[in-house]
Write a protein that binds this ligand. Structure first.
Ligand code: ADP
Ligand code: F6P
Length: 329
């Protein structure tokens, strides 16, 4: 393998730069030429790339986002886009490709693998919805961002005796909402995986208020409900003052945590080494703190789900079972 290429695609996540750095260093150390396509599959279709020498990744390990930039490319989903990508990879003498991105981007990687390109995938998406890894790159940073925001909201919420409804990302996964909810002691969490009962949540919060609680935090995953719809219902409980915060893209940016930097490093190095050793059509992931390869076929044949224990806890927090969640932990 003489030349490898890499790209970052889909929603950016903090720690992608650490992974880029690691792919480049590992490739260069193995005597390979490394190129980076700009803006994901769109850059691949347009053959926009940069040569990645050691200097190109200096001083990036601590930066959020991705120096290669990212994009969502509808053209790549077409036969024409995929054919053009193959032509460019051949024109640029690319022997192997590393795709860093979320579920959609890894589906794209599988398409290229099926077309005969040696491809390795690295899971990077704050949603943590990818089978084959306990954690994707960027999840830990996003969780820390959310928990930091909730800690700040608690100050103002308790000063004013208010309930705050915080909407976080997660189109089809409640991982961020649920895990941040546990980490900051949210009074209620609403996620797409399980039903929720706003009547029960409202009653529980009101009872806690009567017992002297000065504030409440409700975390809602965007894929389950909007914070506005939740507020509308909770407001209908007399004696309840509510405010909304939609955290949006604030949760996706910022300096990567130590965990995400180390994860990016480990996955980047493993992807290149395993490609060089002949593995094909696979994603590297972290399972029980070991780096494990999973074939794209298996990544997409399985669905990442919350454990039974976590689902039981989430049911308590979503009002589906109306008793005190703390007792279940
Ligand atoms: P993420 O990777 O963060 O999940 P997207 O779902 O938007 O983000 O996917 C990123 C890009 O990956 C898409 O814009 C498209 O170019 C490519 N992609 C997504 N799904 C597929 C698919 N089924 N086949 C081919 N390419 C895909
Ligand atoms: O897939 C990652 C993610 O951050 C989702 O949680 C969110 O719904 C989506 O991307 C937002 O996408 P965009 O940055 O295109 O608005």
């Amino acid at each position: 393998m003489e030349t490898i290429a890499l790209l970052t695609s889909g929603g950016d996540s903090s720690g992608m730069n650490a992974a880029i750095r690691s792919v480049v260093h590992t490739g260069l150390d193995a005597g390979m030429r490394v190129i980076g396509f700009i803006q994901g599959y769109q850059g691949l279709i347009e053959n926009r790339f940069m040569e990645m020498d050691a200097g190109s990744v200096d001083g990036i390990i601590q930066r959020g986002g991705t120096i290669l930039r990212s994009a969502r490319s509808s053209e790549f989903k077409s036969d024409w886009g995929q054919k053009t990508s193959l032509e460019n990879l051949s024109k640029d003498s690319v022997d192997g490709l590393v795709v860093i991105g979320g579920d959609g981007s890894l589906h794209g990687a599988q398409v290229l693998h099926d077309l005969g390109i040696p491809v390795a995938g690295i899971p990077a998406s704050i949603d943590n919805d990818i089978y084959g890894t306990d954690m994707a790159i960027g999840v830990d940073t996003a969780l820390n961002n959310i928990v930091h925001a909730v800690d700040m909201l608690r100050d103002t919420a308790s000063s004013h005796d208010r309930a705050f409804i915080l909407e976080v990302m997660g189109r089809s996964s409640g991982y961020l909402a649920y895990t941040s909810g546990l980490a900051c002691g949210a009074e209620a969490v609403i996620i797409p995986e399980i039903p929720y009962d706003l009547e029960a949540i409202g009653t529980r919060l009101l009872e806690a208020k009567k017992r002297g609680r000065t504030n409440s935090i409700v975390i809602v995953a965007e894929g389950a409900a909007s914070a506005y719809a939740v507020e509308l219902k909770l407001k209908s409980f007399a004696g309840f003052e509510t405010r909304i915060t939609v955290l949006g893209h604030l949760q996706r940016g910022g300096d990567p945590t130590v965990f995400d930097r180390l994860l990016g490093r480990r996955l980047g190095a493993a992807a290149v080494r395993r490609l060089k050793n002949g593995e094909r059509g696979f994603m590297v992931g972290l399972i029980n703190n070991e780096i494990v390869s999973t074939s794209f076929r298996d990544v997409f044949a399985n669905k990442k789900v919350l454990s039974e224990k976590n689902l039981a806890m989430a049911r308590q927090l979503s009002g589906a079972n109306a008793h005190n969640p703390e007792k279940e932990s």
